[in-house]
Ligand binder design. Structure first.
Ligand SMILES: [Zn+2]
Length: 204
C-alpha cells in the first residue's frame, strides 16, 4: 500500500552548515531518496502483470529463505515509501505480507482477518502496483489479525483505523484482489483510464 502524506522530517544534524550548503545537502538527499524509490518500484509488479491476479499459497516451512523474503520486503517497502507490501507484489505466491504497525515493521505469514467491530469506513487508498491510482474503498474500521511471524511464532493483533485498512489491503493482494475491484464503478472507470496509457508505454 502506498503512503500518501510525505513528511520530510530529517533528524540529521546540520548545525555546522550554512543555508546554501544545507539546501544542497537536502537536495542531494531528496534526489537519492527519489532514486531509491524508483529502483524499489521497478521491483514491484505493476498492474497488468498476471501474478497480481493469482492466489498465493499457504506457507508450510518457516526457514531461512522465508526470513530473508520478509527482510527484503521490508526494505523494499521502506525504499518505495510504502506502508504495506504483499509477497504477490514481488512475484512470490506465498501468503506473506509486511506492514508498518504504528512505526513497527511487521512480517505476517498465513494471515487471517475477522472484523471486530460492525463499523465500516470509506477512505482513499493507493497501491504500489497501481502507480498514480487512488480510489475510495469501504472497509471494516476494526479487525483482528491472526497469523505467524517469519519464525512461525503466532501473532494476534487488534487493529483499527489506518493499520486495519493496510492489513485488509495486503490480505486482498494474497487473494488476487486489487483496490479497483473494491471501489465504486465510477472510480474504477477513472482508475482504469489512468492505468491504460501506462500499459501502452510499458510495452515500448
Ligand atoms: Zn497494494
Amino acid at each position: 500500500m502506498a503512503r500518501h502524506d510525505h513528511d520530510h522530517d530529517h533528524d540529521h544534524d546540520h548545525d555546522e552548515l550554512d543555508d546554501d550548503e544545507l539546501d544542497e545537502v537536502e537536495l542531494a538527499e531528496e534526489r537519492e531518496q527519489a532514486l531509491r524509490r524508483q529502483i524499489a518500484l521497478s521491483q514491484v509488479r505493476q498492474y497488468g502483470d498476471a501474478v497480481l491476479r493469482m492466489r498465493a499459497g499457504e506457507v508450510e516451512v518457516f526457514d531461512e529463505e522465508l526470513a530473508r523474503l520478509g527482510e527484503r520486503m521490508i526494505e523494499l517497502m521502506h525504499d518505495a515509501e510504502g506502508i504495506g507490501l504483499a509477497a504477490t507484489q514481488v512475484g512470490v505466491l506465498r501468503r506473506v505480507f509486511v506492514f508498518r504497525d504504528d512505526g513497527v515493521d511487521r512480517v505476517i505469514v498465513n494471515p487471517s482477518l475477522s472484523a471486530s467491530g460492525g463499523e465500516l469506513e470509506t477512505s482513499e487508498e493507493g497501491c504500489l502496483s497501481l502507480g498514480p491510482v487512488r480510489v475510495p474503498v469501504e472497509r471494516p474500521r476494526e479487525v483482528t489479525l491472526e497469523g505467524s511471524d517469519a519464525a512461525g511464532r503466532p501473532v494476534k493483533l487488534e487493529l483499527e483505523g489506518i493499520e486495519a485498512r493496510i492489513v485488509q489491503h495486503e490480505l486482498d493482494h494474497l487473494d488476487g484482489t486489487l483496490i479497483i475491484d473494491r471501489t465504486d464503478p465510477e472510480s474504477r472507470r477513472e482508475a482504469l483510464a489512468l492505468l491504460r496509457p501506462r500499459l501502452v508505454l510499458s510495452r515500448g
